[in-house]
Design a protein around this ligand. Structure first.
Ligand code: 3HC
Length: 368
């Protein structure tokens, strides 16, 4: 969806959440639309294929030429094994994040303050499940099964985003997740619409369109609370205080400590470094926070005229590493819940498999 689904207050539109304002989702959605057009054009103009008899060197030259020409590598194409494995790692982590990410907000569905809020939150959490499915499907095109990836998640052998290991203590946290967590996710994910791997890029286009709705629903919750009673405003500020630094940490370690960025950027999987995207996110949030009337909890946040960007305090990367390694506030709870949900869902998987087997069985003509 492309917006105008709820009436954006004038000052909110001015803060980047309305039509075409710089830094806001509409602007980011313009980037998504441009990526979608580029994807179609790339599909229409393929670098000449080396043919089935090509040897290793020719195949590598072809792969490099496709990347260089900003076209897409498709599942049928030859690709270096490290490219394939790197994509499986990133796409699987991304898919797992969407699925585990349903938990902190799912926690609030039955306690949302009105029927309308419940319906919106329910739809949002369902969207996250859908994103997980698109992403597992994209990973499967690389030759790995969804079952295998889910097993790796359950065994703790693949990661999911650090951010989902923090608790949602109040209703305002649902607003802060929408504004900050989904906002960070969009900033990180819009460039992935231009990822060199076709199935991932195509999945990201749809995901980003939906994420823009998620961000605005969060912003609207916070806007309502921040313009409500003093108690509601304090609750909104408290949520922003708790989610700000974990949201900054979502972008990953600083560039100097990022293991995969350089290779990923050479292969045009990632288009920007972790620090570049983190900066972009901070710059986007500043004006939006001022419209909310809420403070970003960083006394050193200020505009740097020379850099044409905001200086800001870095998140605690030691904490990020601790959370990634399993020792965050909710890691154990999230893993236990996922194990229980997987076990509870066994009968659904069995029923779906039995139904599929029945549909695929050769039909025998009934005896006359
Ligand atoms: N949480 C958990 N692990 C993280 C992390 C984070 N926030 N940031 C980095 N890491 C891990 C990396 O996966 C890597 O570990 P590995 O080698 O075992 O895989 C290690 O830390 C070093 O980090 P790098 O910078 O070298 O890793 P990447 O180049 O892969 O960059 C990334 C990390 C920016 C998260 C990148 O993988 C990416 O853009 N992924 C796709 C987007 C994604 O997965 N987002 C997760 C949030 S999804 C979401 O928010 C859902 C929405 O509905 C809210």
């Amino acid at each position: 969806m492309y917006g105008n689904d709820f009436n954006v207050p004038d000052e909110v539109a001015g803060a980047g959440l309305g039509a075409g304002a710089p830094g806001g989702p509409s602007h980011l959605l313009d980037e998504v639309a441009a990526a979608e057009r580029a994807l179609r054009e790339a599909g229409a103009a393929r670098v000449a294929d080396p043919g089935v008899a090509a040897d290793g060197d020719e195949l590598l030259r072809y792969f490099d030429a496709v990347i260089e020409a900003d076209q897409k590598i498709e599942p049928r194409d030859w690709m270096p094994d490290a490219y394939r494995q790197g994509l499986i790692r990133q796409i699987a982590q991304h898919a797992h994040s969407e699925i585990i990410g349903m938990q902190p907000e799912g926690n609030w569905i039955s306690r949302a303050p009105s029927l309308k809020r419940k319906a919106i939150l329910l739809a949002k959490v369902q969207d996250e499940a859908g994103h997980g499915l698109y992403l597992y499907a994209a990973a499967e095109t690389l030759g790995v099964s969804r079952d295998a990836l889910v097993e790796l998640l359950l065994a703790g052998r693949q990661k999911y985003s650090s951010i989902f290991n923090y608790p949602t203590l109040t209703w305002a946290d649902v607003g802060a997740i929408g504004w900050l967590v989904d906002g960070a996710a969009i900033v990180n994910q819009v460039p992935l619409c231009r990822c060199s791997y076709g199935p991932y890029a195509r999945a990201m286009i749809r995901i980003c369109k939906e994420e823009s709705f998620h961000q605005r629903q969060g912003y609207e919750i916070l806007h309502t609370l921040a313009h409500g009673t003093p108690g509601q405003k304090a609750m909104a500020q408290d949520a922003v205080n708790r989610w700000w630094y974990p949201s900054l940490a979502m972008f990953g370690p600083p560039d100097a400590d990022s293991t995969h960025s350089q290779q990923s950027m050479t292969w045009k999987i990632k288009r920007f470094s972790n620090d570049e995207l983190r900066q972009r996110f901070v710059d986007m949030c500043v004006q939006q926070a001022s419209v909310l009337g809420l403070d970003i909890p960083d006394p050193d946040l200020r505009w740097n005229e020379q850099r044409q960007a905001h200086d800001y305090t870095q998140p605690d990367y030691t904490e990020l590493m601790r959370v990634i390694k399993g020792d965050g506030p909710c890691n154990r709870q999230r893993a236990a819940h996922r194990h229980a949900a997987h076990a509870d869902g066994a009968w659904v998987r069995e029923a779906a498999a039995a139904y599929a087997a029945k549909r695929n069985a050769p039909t025998t003509k009934a005896a006359a």
